[in-house]
Write a protein that binds this ligand. Structure first.
Ligand code: SF4
Length: 378
């Protein structure tokens, strides 16, 4: 799949650069007590060994900030610090890390009388002096109260978007462009919408994608996958994080899951129907999992790809799904959809079911439906 990436600007985070067509970076965050230097170093290094491009560490209190130089001394990983509510810790930690993350909604907790613009000016100065990038990390659970008050409470997307765009404008006005943005929500559909709208407004700003509080695997991975499939396939996203609720020794699974999702999207192995924006044939098949109802599914997906080769100049989406859990619903969005049962394959055109066919009959049936569709569309 040749995905046309958004023309974002390059942002360097230590030894990794995101944006400007660089490979999508995969990152994670430690879940240890930051003050526990040994445990945090062990987790940072485990994540880096698993292939994390950047590892984020949360810092709020004084003790956590004091731990950062000690952690830095024991790892070569690119470190990002999450400033949480206490933005003033930036100057203590910045000399030891590659990126600072601030949340616009958290700039109100300390020094309430000070305008947020002054606080961001300070953060930019600290970032500049210490060769750090910045992430403006907007989160659905802690949006700038002024933005929230300006919109209908049922609209979760607009306040996040407005807040992110306002901070981008402010950073640009200061001539600071070494930043990326994230807009996270726990609902993948909201993540898709807010990031699409942001990318439309600011296609130049690199995006860090993720679903917050995604939960336990496999559901947490699936939720993230749903959002990333719809965004990365359309060229949106320069770095990602899969947030999973797992014990500390399993944290590196976040990296493996992130890389797997990106690889699957690049190869058309998707769980939701994805429009890659192609003007040609779009064949997608689910990546398969323990729910696959017949092992012949994988072979069938390959056969569909081969058999439909003759139609590659036509803008038609064909989805091949492995089971009844996701198959019936997900294929609704495809022009032609196949979902596998134990002994039959169900064939659909959009949301209409055309029938059930044996595994050795389905290709012939699909071909005649495909021919009819091509003839119809001229
Ligand atoms: S469609 Fe079914 S088999 Fe395929 S990945 Fe989804 S749940 Fe698993």
């Amino acid at each position: 799949m040749n995905i046309q990436r958004n023309p974002t600007r390059a942002v360097r985070i230590g030894s990794v650069t995101i944006g400007a067509g660089h490979p999508i970076a995969v990152q994670s965050m430690t879940a240890t007590q930051t003050r526990d230097v040994d445990a945090t170093v062990a987790q940072v290094n485990a994540l880096a060994a698993a292939g994390a491009d950047v590892v984020r560490i949360a810092v709020d209190g004084y003790g956590e900030a004091q731990a950062i130089p000690e952690i830095r001394a024991q790892t070569d990983a690119n470190l990002a610090v999450d400033l949480q509510e206490n933005y003033r810790r930036a100057e203590t930690v910045a000399p030891y890390v590659e990126k600072l993350r601030y949340n616009p909604g958290h700039l109100y907790h300390h020094e309430r009388d000070k305008p947020w613009q002054d606080k961001v000016r300070y953060l930019v100065e600290v970032a500049r002096d210490n060769d750090c990038a910045i992430r403006v990390g907007v989160n659905c659970g802690s949006v700038d109260p002024a933005k929230q008050a300006a919109y209908d409470p049922a609209d979760r997307v607009s306040p996040m978007l407005d807040s992110a765009l306002e901070h981008c404008r402010f950073l640009d006005e200061m001539g600071f462009t070494r930043y990326c943005v994230s807009l996270k929500d726990s609902d993948p559909q909201e993540v898709i919408e807010v990031n699409r709208r942001f990318a439309e407004a600011r296609p130049d700003v690199p995006l860090h994608l993720g679903v917050t509080e995604a939960g336990l695997p496999p559901d947490g991975v699936i939720k993230t996958r749903i959002a990333l499939e719809q965004l990365v396939s359309r060229g949106i996203g320069d770095t990602i994080r899969v947030s999973l609720t797992v014990p500390n020794d399993r944290k590196p699974e976040e990296i493996a899951a992130g890389r797997q999702i990106l690889d699957d999207i690049a190869h058309g192995r998707v769980r939701s129907v994805v429009d890659y924006g192609l003007s040609t044939l779009n064949i997608i098949s689910c990546p398969s999992c323990s729910r696959v109802e017949n092992e012949a599914f994988v072979e069938l997906a390959e056969d569909v790809k081969r058999m439909t080769e003759y139609a590659r100049q036509h803008k038609i989406t064909i989805a091949v799904m492995g089971c009844r859990v996701n198959g019936p619903g997900e294929t609704d969005q495809a022009d032609l959809g196949l979902w596998c049962g134990p002994s039959y394959v169900n064939l659909k055109r959009g949301s209409e079911t055309l029938g059930q066919f044996a595994y050795n009959e389905i290709l012939g049936e699909l071909k005649s439906r495909l021919d009819a569709l091509i003839a119809e569309r001229g």
